[in-house]
Design a binder for this molecule. Structure first.
Ligand code: MG
Ligand code: ZN
Length: 218
């Protein structure tokens, strides 16, 4: 007996994601999908990460945004190849959009592709882009209840960057409780306590990322 499963939008997306993943693999590129709320600090974390990896890891960036190219312009200043995707209203990237952006890069000269998704805690995680690793960025100012309220992102991510740690003392966040909740959802996830503003903890996150990149055979 044949059982038909999900021939809807996700399967079309899955197909494209498989192609993207193959393209990354063939070119020895490690790809991450950076996700989190608007204002969590995804772009600022990325800027500090680029700084740290400069001269060590050859990277490029795909910036997802609904309408603007503000983030892409910020990344451009760091001298790394960057492509902007404007979703024109859609609140997430899909594999087809990423595929279009990938055709603009010379992947043979790259070690790492960072895809910054549209700021949104909910649906971006439901769309496989062909990345090797999903990464969550959560700023502590968003509140310690967010992992339990939006568990899928934390379940699917290999690491979570807890950003804005420099202002922890000005919040009521229960950091131990937050860490515990994240590990209940995903016992294997790595948690990095970071302040992209001050640079605190960026080294640990960037070293972990570098190790993942090195594991990708060229
Ligand atoms: Mg951004
Ligand atoms: Zn969406």
């Amino acid at each position: 007996m044949e059982i038909k499963v999900n021939t809807g939008i996700l399967s079309a997306n899955e197909q494209k994601a498989v192609e993207n993943r193959k393209l990354f693999k063939e070119n020895g590129v490690f790809a991450i999908n950076l996700m989190g709320s608007p204002g969590a600090g995804k772009t600022t974390v990325l800027e500090k990460t680029i700084d740290y990896l400069s001269g060590k890891v050859r990277l490029a960036v795909i910036e997802g945004d609904i309408y603007t190219s503000k983030d892409a312009r910020r990344i451009e200043k760091y001298g790394v190849p960057v492509e902007q995707i404007n979703t024109g209203g859609a609140c997430h990237l899909d594999a087809k959009m990423v595929s279009g952006a990938l055709s603009k890069f010379d992947l043979t000269g790259l070690d790492l592709m960072v895809i910054e998704n549209v700021g949104n805690l909910v649906c971006p995680v439901e769309f496989d882009l062909g990345e090797d690793q999903k990464i969550a960025v959560l700023s502590i100012t968003e509140g310690d209840d967010k992992p339990m309220k939006y568990p899928l992102l934390f379940r699917e991510s290999g690491a979570v960057i807890l950003n804005k740690m420099d202002i922890l003392d000005f919040t009521d966040v229960d950091l131990e409780g937050l860490r515990k909740d994240i590990h209940i959802i995903n016992p294997d996830i790595k948690i990095f306590e970071v302040s992209a503003r001050t640079g605190q903890g960026i080294d640990q996150w960037a070293e972990w990322l570098t190790d993942r990149v090195k594991d990708t055979v060229k």
